[in-house]
Design a protein around this ligand. Structure first.
Ligand code: FES
Length: 95
């Protein structure tokens, strides 16, 4: 299990997550309001978030993220980034 800490509107929501779960799904399952206008298909960037800590515990950036211009840290699409392994991950949602 990984620990994902969502930072949003001055609050922190701490969640447990399984390997393979997407950041977007972890957020929504735990009541964290992450936008997802394209339904989690990697075409809108409304789920864009900042990885403040633990990027190494996430899957590598994929083609959809790079096609949307997210080619460098700390930016990720919540609907594309998946938990890769155990560890602590801090995500900031600014939308
Ligand atoms: S929900 Fe649209 S890019 Fe992630």
């Amino acid at each position: 299990m990984a620990q994902v800490n969502f930072h949003f509107s001055g609050q922190i929501t701490t969640c447990r997550a399984e390997k393979g779960q997407k950041i977007l799904n972890i957020a929504l399952d735990n009541g964290v309001p992450m936008e997802h206008a394209c339904g989690g298909n990697g075409f809108c960037t409304t789920c864009m978030c900042t990885v403040k800590k633990g990027m190494e515990h996430l899957s590598s950036r994929n083609d959809r993220e790079e096609n949307m211009g997210l080619t460098s840290d700390p930016w990720r699409l919540g609907c594309q980034a998946k938990v890769k392994e155990e560890g602590e991950i801090d995500i900031e949602i600014t939308a």
